[in-house]
Design a protein around this ligand. Structure first.
Ligand code: E4P
Length: 224
C-alpha cells in the first residue's frame, strides 16, 4: 500500500511529507490552478521537496502531438522519472503508447470504467487512476470497478498498478484499498481525518489524567 498527496499546496506537501510516509505527489490542472503560481516554478518547487519520490503531472493538450511535446517539456523541467498523467480517451491511449515506447513513466488518468484501465494497461501505462468519487457521482459502483481492474491485472500478470484518486471522504479511501487499489492519492485533510476524531482525543486525555494522578507532571524519561 502506498499513499500520495493530491495537492500542489507547498506548505501542505512539506507538512504531510514530514508526518507520513508519502510516496509522492499528484496534481491535475485544477489542483495547480488553485495555487495561482506559474506552472514550471511550481512543479519545480514541488520536485525540490520530494526529489526522490513520485511526482505525477498532467498534460493539457487535446492531441497526441501536443501531449508528447508537453511531456517533453515537463520532464525537461522536473526529471525523466516524473509520471506524465494522460487522460484515457483514444488520443490519450495513442499518447501513452508513444510515451512508453520512449521510456516515460505514465499514469493513465480520468478512469471511469474498467475498460479504460484495461486498454491503458495494454499500451503499458505504469498506473491507472480510477476516479472513485466521480464514479459514485454518476451511479457507477467504484468499489466494483476497482475490484474488476485489480482482478484483470492480477489474472493477466500485468505490471500496471492501480492509483485510485478522487476521494471526498476517508471511507472511500478504505474502500479503494479493500477493493484492490495498490496506491491512493488524496487531499492532505483526508489523511488527518483518518487519525483525528473526538474519540481518539478522549482516549488520549483519559491516559494523561490517569498518568498525572499517579506520577504528576513528570514524563517517563524524568523518572529514571
Ligand atoms: C487525480 O488523478 C485526479 O486528478 C483527482 O484525484 C481528481 O479529484 P477530484 O474528483 O476531487 O477533482
Amino acid at each position: 500500500m502506498k499513499i500520495l498527496l493530491d495537492t500542489a499546496h507547498i506548505e501542505d506537501i512539506k507538512k504531510y511529507n514530514d508526518i507520513y510516509d508519502i510516496a509522492g505527489v499528484t496534481s491535475n490542472p485544477t489542483i495547480l490552478s488553485r495555487e495561482k503560481k506559474d506552472f514550471f516554478p511550481l512543479i519545480q518547487e514541488i520536485r525540490s521537496i520530494i526529489p526522490d519520490k513520485e511526482l505525477h503531472v498532467q498534460v493539457t493538450g487535446n492531441t497526441c502531438e501536443e501531449m508528447l511535446k508537453e511531456a517533453k517539456a515537463i520532464t525537461h523541467a522536473v526529471g525523466k522519472e516524473t509520471y506524465i498523467k494522460v487522460p484515457t480517451n483514444e488520443e490519450g491511449i495513442k499518447t501513452i503508447k508513444q510515451l512508453k515506447s520512449s521510456g516515460y513513466h505514465v499514469t493513465a488518468t480520468a478512469i471511469y470504467m474498467p475498460q479504460q484501465a484495461m486498454l491503458a494497461a495494454t499500451v503499458g501505462a505504469d498506473y491507472v487512476a480510477p476516479y472513485f468519487n466521480r464514479m459514485n457521482n454518476i451511479n457507477v459502483d467504484s468499489k466494483k470497478a476497482i475490484q474488476e481492474i485489480a482482478w484483470l491485472f492480477e489474472h493477466y500478470h500485468c505490471d500496471t498498478k492501480i492509483l485510485a484518486a478522487s476521494f471526498k471522504n476517508t471511507q472511500q479511501i478504505m474502500d479503494a484499498f479493500l477493493a484492490g487499489a495498490h496506491t491512493v492519492t488524496a487531499s492532505p485533510e483526508l489523511y488527518t481525518q483518518m487519525v483525528e476524531n473526538p474519540m481518539i482525543d478522549s482516549a488520549i486525555a483519559g491516559f494523561s489524567q490517569d498518568w498525572i494522578h499517579t506520577y504528576g507532571n513528570k514524563k517517563i524519561y524524568e523518572l529514571i
